[in-house]
Design a protein around this ligand. Sequence first.
Ligand SMILES: [Zn+2]
Length: 296
Amino acid sequence: MRETDEIVSIFKFTSIPGENENDPQKNVKIITIAGRLTDEGNNRTIYVSITFTKVTMRILYIFPHPDDESFGPAAVMHQQLEAGHEVHLLTLTRGGATKERHRLGLSIDQMGEVRYREMRAVEKTLGLTGMTVWDYPDSGLKNMDPRILEGAIEDHVVALRPDILVTYAVHGVSGFHDHLVAHAVVKRMYLDMRDHGHAYLRRLALLTIPDSGEPVFVDGRIRLKNSTSEEIGCTIRLRPEDREMMIACLHCYETYQQTIADSGVIEKIGDAVHFEIFGEVHVPPLDDLQKDYHDH
Ligand SMILES: [Zn+2]
């Protein structure tokens, strides 16, 4: 028998289930693949074990309304979950003030209950690591003392210890006032927490869309300005399955289908989701939110 004949012997691999270890404080997942290689022809068995470590991140998305997560971010969340990261969602309101409630003849509270159930369906569809839905006034965040929101979000962040926070960019994508409030509150809280030693916070990512570059003033009207290409620090390309997941999440909002259709969100998102990264410049933009973070 020549040496090479032995090398090309056919081994059958049988995996042996084992526990993976996690060290959440260090963002390291230790993965062990153990198995048995059986060479049936020669009646030999070799036991193998391969151990490798994988850096995982805990990512917390903070949005004012149920459905904000599904207008684009759901596709990114799906990628992050598939890559083994933890993805948590915090929603500040139950979204009960939507005009859809008039069509359905529901009070703000009743509509909030419907929207909450739809969100639970999104949580299940995406397989989120965790989801928290608060009941601050929908369309009324600007009337609140921002320090109350800041304090509540800070308590949540302290308990969760995320590596990355995600919320809206300064224009809120759509200019909705609750979106602008979320941006301001989360950014101030992030900086304040970093100043006070919460070093686990590594990055603040801000959901955005590219600016069209059209004139801001046309026919005496002012258009909403989004992010210039220089301001975009991360562009995540979507695979067909990421887009399918986003569409599946949008479909969970059964009472909102008309608005979703009117928004043209599926076409608008296309095959990329964009973020500004606060205090960081990346040229070209990063292709995921987890890499090249700064250890401040
Ligand atoms: Zn919203």
